[in-house]
Design a protein. Structure first.
Length: 308
């Protein structure tokens, strides 16, 4: 019987898959390998709620004794390309038929109800961290994400997510906030079909009119999976970040999403696995047959070869 893979084995295997060097510091003594620092941060994210507890856990369980500030400061110095390599390694290279895109926010602190309002202001003070996420609907994994210190519109981050995803999805599901004809046009040009409900009074845009006239709600309802995954991450790791500097906050958010990908099981889904191919091969092409537009997905090309 195969032994259960521990978090240490997963972290080391992911570090090798990302092809990262053994040490990341250019100056100073090279005593602590970078993969051990990464393991300490995963332990801090998953099991310990404070760096002192994480340092004690690394000493007792992994026999790696360092001061808690050593683990904390080392992880905050990592550049962005290291986290992107780890994110791609955690997402995997499994093919993605249907993806979903949505955004959420995280609070920078967890104050009590007494401090939620500023003294010289009548309203709430909102300074959250914005997250734009792209998930694999079938595998229940985060494919790509983008973090912003200053929130802005969500539509502008869709090309970034598609380009930084390790796999190209055939279909992208989005909510009504992504109702933009230039966005649909950009996705069509890059070989991805998109579904997003149009706003009330839709009169302009070729792709918006097509979605208005024949909208397949049976496929669009699969977008609820990304809402469930966002809720799961917040229930597991919290709705706020504990770090104070921006680089430490970025490392904490990346570690949360990577930890969720590590713990995601590649198993058959409840009804999505049998439902999605059936929709892509029957319901979706017949709905588009009314408008004469055929999406660039293999299932439709096989059903209507004369239209490809």
């Amino acid at each position: 019987m195969r032994e259960r893979e521990t978090l240490k084995d997963k972290a080391y295997r992911q570090w090798r898959a990302a092809r990262l060097p053994k040490f990341l510091n250019k100056k100073g003594p090279k005593r602590t390998p970078a993969r051990d620092v990464y393991l300490a941060h995963l332990e801090y994210t998953n099991h310990a709620s404070a760096w002192r507890r994480a340092a004690n856990f690394m000493d007792d369980y992994h026999n790696k004794k360092r001061h808690w500030t050593t683990w904390q400061k080392a992880i905050a110095k990592w550049p962005l390309w290291v986290w992107e390599a780890l994110a791609i390694a955690s997402a995997g290279d499994e093919p993605c038929e249907v993806a979903a895109i949505d955004g959420t926010t995280l609070a920078r602190s967890n104050p009590s109800q007494h401090y939620l309002r500023r003294i010289d202001s009548d309203g709430h003070v909102k300074r959250p961290i914005q997250e734009m996420l792209m998930v694999n609907v079938k595998r229940r994994k985060f494919l790509a994400w983008r973090i912003r210190a200053i929130p802005r519109g969500e539509k502008c981050d869709v090309p970034y997510l598609v380009q930084h995803s390790p796999v190209l999805s055939d279909l992208v599901l989005m909510d009504k906030g992504f109702d933009s004809n230039p966005l649909h046009t950009w996705l069509r040009e890059h070989g991805t079909w998109s579904i997003a409900p149009v706003r009330k009074g839709c009169r302009r845009g070729m792709y918006r009119k097509q979605l208005r006239d024949c909208f397949d709600w049976s496929i669009y309802w699969q977008r609820n999976i990304i809402e469930s995954m966002i809720s799961a991450v917040k229930r597991l790791f919290g709705v706020y970040v504990r770090a104070r500097t921006w680089r430490a906050q970025r490392a904490e958010i990346y570690a949360r999403l990577i930890s969720y990908n590590i713990g995601a099981c590649l198993r058959s889904l409840l009804s999505t696995q049998r439902f999605l191919p059936e929709c892509l091969n029957t319901l979706f092409p017949h709905a588009l047959l009314m408008t004469g537009v055929f999406p660039l997905i293999p299932a439709v090309k096989g059903l209507y070869p004369h239209q490809s």
